[in-house]
Design a protein around this ligand. Structure first.
Ligand code: MOS
Length: 726
């Protein structure tokens, strides 16, 4: 099914199940520890061996020798495969660095060997016996600030240029020129990367935890020079992704290499202390933001110049992204400078570009409002736009940012906020209030599904879509239930198997909208097959309460399929009108109250409020969970999370959950989420957009602005730790 016009009213979708609150159908499995994660797949691939990774102790240079004799003779060891034993595997599609293979080291903790043994303990003990000699390249710079200084005069083609920014900025009567920094951040997902690999009859099967099953199937096929149909991935349950599981990681490659070498299934997990440096992170940024306005506060010039780290060939953290479309202003200049450094691979993390960009932009907006002596809410309202500021012929399909701001201000009690920084106290606590806008694009991707009506009247949905903790199982079941007139309990959903139709996968906030639209398309096809069975016209069918009505007749769906499943498959594809004529995006406003201890500088977030405009909300419970997760992650980014760079040796020193701090329950006091009622008929036939990435955008700046409001100290370098008040 092709979607290339605003959605028509849809008779089959009455909002009886879709749009209703529903707890996650996989929730009990996950909370009781019975959802099998990749490392726990004891039900597949009998005779599994265990592989333990050996990783590089240098960031840049080359391996001169590896001595594996002691490891090979250790108890239980079956094989040791080193990177020197093989040619470099072709770079897996979309991985910027090599996951295995090669004498040349690209970054610290790059995988260089896998030790395979009968048990985990044997593999780990033997891995410690592998001796590696390096010829280390010393003198490389791992300091982004230093690199930025050295490259400030580089001529860089702007990422976007509209009007004459330099002149408009020079002429602006009110202006800001400020520089902000955000550190590297770690996804810190609950489930470490893990894969079990098995080679059988020329087919490679991988039980793994991966957000994008089809991308990774193609990538694995390329890495091992196999036709894609000889590769199967199975990824039904995933303990968090946030972008670090978009692509294959070393666990997958090491397991496959080790299984090929030993002729037995091998499972490999990346131990937590290896993840930060072996896998990907949100890149570091240093962002210069310039905003000029007229005397009334209308933006006339906006400039965003971002510097970030990237491995050779990568793009880095594109923090200028939000500035392209968010606020009005005739003259605009965006510059993105990815600097090649041999730090670990920076890559997508929840709302890539937007999260880091809005951490800076939304402080800059606060600073600008202060210069104008304007309420920061009013300043944003004044600079709202219904058209793409760079291409006014494109308009936002649905944009209710102003409503988010006003509703949030009302609900939060913004009119009672502390107005003068440092003015309000509650005992030893300085009380501050801050707010920020939120913006994130709402893409959609082609997505397929297969739906079966079973003889007993129940429904089975299969798609390679993944559920990374987001609620995909649930909203997909709701979609099928809605479309086929059955209860959610009568729908069984199978996800994450590459043998199923290819879906959009979980990435870029497109998963929920795209995958449910794909299931919708398959359900439309199944309704047609049901109609054929009855010799009726699909449009005249009514499917309600497990029954089908047409022409005055009612009969149960059970039995309709005979003794075989009645099956239909289709996919949704999107016409380019979505991008050509419209900007599809989601919007939000965040309001935060903090207390800052007057003597120690300890910061406590007292309450958070988010108002979100994301089209039709498919399930308010799962959507709220996404947003509060984002709000929590935004507090972490504001106050504690930092991959601290060892600038002499090029690695992240805070590489475990003891030193890389994330918020815990005690850090989060009160969170309120409001979804504006609405639909976006330009998005999908179900008129929904994503919220999973919107939820984090702007949050950290709202916290930062509240901290400023409490203390009068403007911290422009994240995380805002108490030493920065000294
Ligand atoms: Mo997302 S950072 O595309 O998982």
């Amino acid at each position: 099914m092709r979607f290339d016009q605003p959605a028509d009213p849809n008779v089959a979708d009455q909002g009886k199940v879709l749009g209703r609150p529903r707890t996650r159908i996989d929730g009990p499995l996950k909370t009781t520890g019975t959802a099998p994660y990749a490392y726990e797949r004891h039900d597949v691939a009998p005779g599994q061996l265990v592989g333990y990774p050996v990783v590089s102790a240098i960031a840049k240079g080359r391996i001169t020798a590896m001595d594996t004799r002691a490891a090979k003779n250790a108890p239980g060891v079956v094989a040791v495969v080193t990177t020197l034993d093989m040619e470099r595997l072709p770079k897996a599609k979309m991985n910027v660095v090599y996951l295995f293979g090669g004498r040349e080291i690209q970054h610290y903790h790059q995988a260089i060997a896998v030790v395979v043994a009968e048990t985990f303990e044997q593999a780990r003990a033997a891995a410690a016996l592998v001796r590696t000699d390096y010829d280390e390249d010393r003198g490389a710079s791992y300091d982004l600030a230093e690199q930025r200084q050295a490259h400030l005069d580089d001529q860089v083609e702007p990422a976007s240029r509209v009007g004459d920014f330099e002149r408009a900025f020079a002429d602006a009567p009110v202006k800001l020129d400020a520089t902000y920094s955000t550190p590297g951040q770690c996804h810190a997902q609950m489930e470490p990367h893990a894969s079990i690999a098995e080679w059988k009859d020329g087919t490679l099967t991988l039980w793994t935890a991966n957000q994008m099953v089809e991308w990774s199937r193609q990538a694995l096929a390329k890495a091992f020079d196999l036709p894609p149909e000889k590769v199967r991935l199975d990824s039904p349950y995933i303990g968090g992704g946030f972008g670090v599981k978009l692509f294959l990681r070393a666990d997958a490659i090491l397991a496959a290499v080790a299984a090929r070498e030993t002729g037995r299934p091998v499972k490999v997990a990346l131990p937590r202390p290896m993840i930060a440096n072996n896998a990907t992170h949100r890149g570091l940024t240093i962002q210069r933001i310039r905003i000029g306005t007229d005397r009334d506060g209308r933006i006339t010039a906006i400039g965003h110049d971002n510097t970030t780290n990237t491995p050779p060939g990568g793009g880095g953290e594109e923090a200028t992204i939000p500035t392209e479309h968010f606020y009005a202003g005739a003259n605009r200049l965006l510059v993105h400078r990815p600097l090649e450094m041999h730090l670990p691979e920076s890559n997508a993390m929840r709302a890539p570009g937007d999260t880091a960009g809005q951490m800076a932009l939304e402080i800059a907006m606060d600073e600008m409002a202060e210069r104008l002596d304007m309420d920061p809410v009013a300043f944003r309202v004044l600079n709202d736009t219904q058209v793409d500021p760079g291409k006014p012929e494109r308009r936002f399909s649905e944009r209710h940012f102003v409503e988010c701001l006003r509703r949030g201000a009302d609900e939060f009690g913004w009119s009672h906020r502390n107005r003068r920084p440092g003015d309000r106290r509650d005992g030893v606590w300085l009380i501050g209030h801050g707010m920020a806008g939120a913006y994130r694009g709402a893409p959609a991707q082609a997505s397929g599904a297969r739906v079966a009506l079973r003889p007993d009247g129940s429904v089975r949905v299969d798609t390679d879509m993944t559920d990374i903790g987001t609620g995909s199982y649930t909203i997909i079941a709701q979609t099928a239930a809605e479309m086929l007139g059955v209860s959610v309990d009568a729908v069984e959903v199978g996800l994450g198997d590459s043998d199923s139709p290819v879906s959009a996968g979980s990435g870029g906030q497109w998963g929920a909208a795209s995958a449910t639209a794909g299931v919708y398309a398959a359900c439309v096809a199944l309704r047609e097959r049901i109609a054929e069975r009855l010799g009726a016209d699909a449009a005249s069918l009514e499917l309600v309460d497990g029954q089908v009505r047409h022409g005055g007749e009612t009969r149960p769906l059970a039995g309709l399929a005979g003794d075989r499943d009645l099956v239909a498959e289709d996919k949704i594809e999107f016409g380019d009108f979505r991008d050509k004529d419209y900007v599809l995006a989601t919007f939000g406003a965040h309001f935060v109250e903090v207390g800052v201890h007057a003597y120690t500088g300890e910061i406590r977030v007292r309450r958070q409020l988010a108002v979100c405009d994301a089209g039709r909300i498919l399930n308010p419970i799962t959507a709220r969970s996404q947003v509060i997760g984002g709000m929590t992650m935004g507090v972490g980014a504001a106050l504690m999370e930092e991959l601290k760079v060892d600038t002499r040796r090029g690695f992240f020193a805070t590489h475990d959950l003891a030193s890389y701090e994330v918020p815990v329950h005690a850090d989060i006091a009160e969170q309120t989420v409001i979804f504006l009622e609405g639909e976006d008929p330009y998005s999908t036939p179900l008129k929904a957009k994503g919220v999973g990435e919107l939820g984090i955008c702007g949050v950290s700046a709202a916290v930062a602005n509240a901290v400023y409001n409490a203390t009068g100290v403007r911290v422009r370098d994240y995380p805002i730790t108490l030493d920065k008040f000294l």
